[in-house]
Ligand binder design. Structure first.
Ligand SMILES: *Cc1c(COP(=O)(O)O)cnc(C)c1O
Length: 454
């Protein structure tokens, strides 16, 4: 059968999340308490997260059941389609078969509600009243605001100041879902006030916004904190993407040689790739999983594997990960979701063990790929998603040169309807590539040396 798009029934929405910790040959190192440098226990995390999510964070069970109420909300947009990019294939004259999973089909236009809904559910179960979080360009904030509205939870979002000012539409979307949105750094928290005391015009960063959201949650028993990526449970919730894609490709009689997704904290990459990587780990199929990061924030390809904080103020446990240092300041590229200084612990360990690959791409190549995708397949991709497409094009061109019939799957993790300014700037030739010197890449690294355990 020659498929253009492969749809599943609602009853095909996965019943379980897949936990790759069960199958990793080397388990990740434990997160450490910054003061004692001892592994953190569940009680250390209890002020911030509901117990069920803490259990998931450390679980090594291969499958964890998805609660019915979560699956019921997933039905609003899941299963998402798997689409064969036939017109892109033709434009590239490639013998490769290119498929994409379309996560832009969600209410907020990205993959992020897959975990937001789950997190809001477990908080609601444990009698939490309010969730706090950070957001960069607003994708995560709007996903959590949507999820909180579904469960009648209050939602408070700290939005990186530069985006708060320059990207009003997702801020309005969050308000439409009933959330409160504050520009970060704000005067509402000590972390915010400390930054403003030194730099009153600070444009903010994800690291600062995380510190603010954590601080507010830590001070109120009925308020907890929610993170949109990086943590093990977040990666696991996203595996609905790859599990559906696996089933859809089975229907097409196919299996990917290459799986590609952009990487900010690692959740959409993990969610897409891990259900396939599982076969690679057990030795039954070979699959190359490629995480794509921006050249301006290259933690996987140019960072170091060290213990580091997840936020700027140092409120989080120390995580063993590829990092550029928690004070690294990436250039203001339009792919806001990819401007995080570290990569998830699980993705970092897999990369260290050579089980996944990483590449860093320049933004002009990515926008060019995004425009070709829009002109061939019709969907305007989020700037983050263009990173995956640019790598797909590289692989498809290689397949043509080598004359090999590769199957490539990628995650179209979001649409770009609320990122039109980015395309406008690209067409106006206002965007440039960012070639970071070794000095710039390593600027924030010396200060994490003192954080390493003996
Ligand atoms: C947040 C976001 C990303 C990056 O986040 P991950 O944690 O790596 O999944 C990528 N694409 C879009 C559209 C996003 O909203």
């Amino acid at each position: 059968m020659d498929f253009k798009k492969i749809l599943l029934a609602e009853s095909d929405i996965p019943t379980h999340w897949y936990n790759i910790l069960a199958d990793m040959p080397n388990k990740p190192l434990p997160p450490l308490h910054p003061a004692t440098k001892q592994p953190v226990g569940p009680q250390d995390l209890a002020p911030l997260f509901p117990m069920e999510l803490i259990k998931q964070e450390v679980s090594t069970e291969r499958y964890i059941e998805i609660p019915d109420q979560v699956r019921d909300i997933y039905r609003i947009w899941r299963p998402t389609p798997l689409i064969r990019a036939t017109r892109l294939e033709k434009a590239l004259k490639t013998p490769a078969r290119i498929y994409y999973k379309y996560e832009g089909a969600s209410p907020v236009g990205s993959h992020k509600p897959n975990t937001a809904v789950a997190q809001a559910y477990y908080n609601k179960q444990e009698k939490v009243k309010r969730l706090t979080t950070e957001t960069g360009a607003g994708q995560w904030g709007s996903a959590l605001a949507f999820a909180c509205a579904q469960f009648g939870l209050k939602c408070e979002v700290y939005m990186v100041a530069i985006s708060y000012k320059q990207k009003p539409y997702r801020k309005i979307l969050m308000k439409a879902y009933g959330a409160k949105v504050y520009s970060s750094p704000s005067r509402r928290t000590q972390a915010g006030r400390n930054i403003l005391a030194v730099d009153p015009k600070s444009t903010g960063s994800l690291g600062i916004a995380i510190s603010e959201a954590i601080e507010v949650a830590a001070q109120d028993e009925r308020t907890k904190y929610s993170l949109g990526s990086v943590l093990n449970h977040v990666l696991m919730h996203q595996t609905v993407i790859g599990q559906e894609a696996l089933k859809q490709l089975e229907m097409a009689g196919d299996f990917p040689d290459i799986v590609i997704a952009p990487l900010g904290g690692g959740s959409n990459f993990a969610g897409t790739a891990f259900p396939f990587l599982r076969y690679h780990l057990e030795g039954s199929r070979k699959v190359r999983c490629i995480a794509v990061e921006p050249a301006s924030c290259p933690k996987l390809t140019r960072g170091v594997f060290k213990y580091d904080f997840g936020d700027t103020a140092g409120y989080t446990p120390l995580l063993p990960m590829y990092t550029l240092g928690h004070n690294f300041k990436p250039a203001a590229i339009h792919a806001g979701g990819l401007r995080y200084h570290g990569a998830s612990v699980i993705c970092s360990q897999l990369l260290k063990d050579g089980l996944i690959e990483a590449v860093a791409l320049q933004q002009l190549e990515c926008f060019e790929a995004g425009v070709l995708f829009a002109q061939t397949e019709g969907i305007i991709p989020a700037p983050e998603a263009t990173h995956a497409i640019a790598q797909v094009i590289r692989e498809a061109n290689r397949a043509r040169e080598e004359g090999t019939k590769k199957t490539i799957l990628f995650n179209l993790c979001g649409h770009g309807f609320l990122d039109m300014q980015a395309y406008g700037d690209y067409f106006a030739k206002k965007l440039t590539n960012h070639e970071l010197t070794e000095e710039e890449v390593h600027a924030a690294l010396p200060e994490i040396e003192a954080l390493q355990p003996a």
